[in-house]
Design a protein around this ligand. Structure first.
Ligand code: FEO
Length: 407
């Protein structure tokens, strides 16, 4: 729990979340922060919040006490986005005050009732609307589907601060120094890795809308970006904007000069082929190689690596006439997140019958992934010397395809 000053009259209340799955699904080995913001004019507004985790609401009230703010004096609760990781303060405030207004988009209003049975004192706002806090003005810009359809961003005209909610956010715990001007380059690179994994897990499927949101926000004179998760950008907000522009592009590829080896094995036969492929890849100095295994590695990690990779080595055995089931599940997830146009080399072992390729073709077609395959290598049982040579050829073809795509 941290309180810090973002700019004149703007304060951040941040809580770190750890040892849980974000959205009940995504592994967060380095945690994630929930950032809420107080904006003080003659009237006080709070933008976004956190929900339901340890210590809420007491830590919320403690943070307000640090700022010498009486919770009952908060007149506006601005909900940029109804997902419950940002909306918890409403219920807490309701326990002590009945006078605050909730500010949200038209699409958020019915969700407000569904999630919190809250139907009164709602101010619906849309693109270009503003709110006068007395001495400072907040403007609103709808950025639908970043991440839910209801999402908007709030812009403080006086300081040029964009409260962007999920947009421009990242995983990773924060402390009092979670401002780009207070972080070292090494720290910023850590958060960049956390940002791209967050992007791949949370908003990747909506990349087209992220692109629109970036273009819409570009018309605002932004000086500070204050997201709902992760680092506040006040020295170089353009850095996270440019990062996000690249993440959008990665969906359709080409992404980075990277190859992710995504593999699963039952008795080590496919694993032998994978080890050989990895050995071949490691000789290619200009290509970064990521290795992830199903079902051992989390979907969050797999998605994060697949998102930044132009090439993928898929290695799995056939299992009862079909693909090794955890690989099929992972590929379905990659398809739903629209990881498309990748260069791919598949290898794998089978016992008495093949079948993995058939299911792979079906997933690729059904989910419109448009993956471009080099000649696959399948072998019965353990790989022979000849099979290993064919794997070398497949890896070389993939490397060349990646180099050609990322010129
Ligand atoms: Fe951070 Fe989509 O909520």
């Amino acid at each position: 729990m941290h309180v810090s000053q973002v700019a004149d009259g703007i304060y951040q209340l941040a809580i770190n979340i750890e040892n849980m799955l974000f959205e009940g699904l995504w592994e967060i080995p380095d945690g994630v922060s929930m950032n809420s913001y107080i904006v003080k004019g003659e009237k006080t507004a709070i933008i976004d919040g956190v929900c339901g985790w340890d210590g809420v609401p007491q830590n919320f009230f403690d943070m307000l006490k640090d700022l010498d703010i009486d919770p009952a004096s908060i007149e506006y609760v601005i909900l940029n986005h109804m997902e419950p990781d940002h909306t918890g303060w409403i219920e807490d405030l309701k326990k002590i005050s009945k006078d605050f207004k909730v500010v949200c988009t038209k699409k958020a209003e019915p969700m407000l009732e569904a999630f919190f049975n809250h139907t009164e004192n709602i101010m619906v706002v849309g693109d270009g609307d503003s709110l006068d806090l007395g001495g400072r003005t907040l403007q609103f810009a709808e950025i639908p589907n970043v991440h839910w359809p209801d999402t908007m961003a709030t812009f403080d005209v006086e300081t040029g601060t964009l409260f962007s909610c999920d947009a421009f956010g990242s995983y990773g715990k924060v402390d009092h120094g979670n401002y780009d001007d207070l972080l070292s380059e090494e720290d910023l690179q850590f958060y960049e890795k956390e940002a791209v994994r967050y992007y791949a897990n949370i908003v990747a499927a909506f990349s087209m809308f992220v692109d629109k949101a970036i273009k819409k926000c570009a018309s605002l004179p932004i000086k500070i970006i204050a997201p709902g998760h992760g680092v506040v950008w006040r020295k170089d907000p353009n850095r996270i904007i440019e990062d996000y522009k690249r993440y959008v592009q990665y969906q359709k590829g080409p992404a980075r000069k990277e190859i992710t080896v995504l593999w699963g094995s039952m008795y080590g036969m496919t694993e032998s082929g994978v080890n050989h492929a990895v050995k071949c890849l490691e000789k290619e100095d200009d290509i970064k190689v990521n290795v992830v295994r199903v079902p051992q590695d989390s979907w969050g990690k797999i998605l994060g690596h697949a998102w930044t990779s132009t090439g993928i080595v898929l290695a799995m055995p056939t299992y009862e006439y079909k693909m090794f089931p955890p690989m099929a599940a992972a590929l379905e997830e990659l398809g739903k997140k629209k990881v498309i146009n990748r260069k791919v080399f598949r290898l794998g072992s089978y016992g008495w019958s093949g079948g993995a390729q058939r299911e792979l073709d079906d997933i690729n077609t059904r989910l419109k992934m448009n993956w471009d395959f080099v000649e696959p290598v399948e072998y019965k049982g353990a790989p022979t010397k000849e099979d290993l040579k064919r794997i070398e050829t497949g890896v070389s073809a993939l490397v060349e395809a990646v180099r050609e795509a990322v010129k």
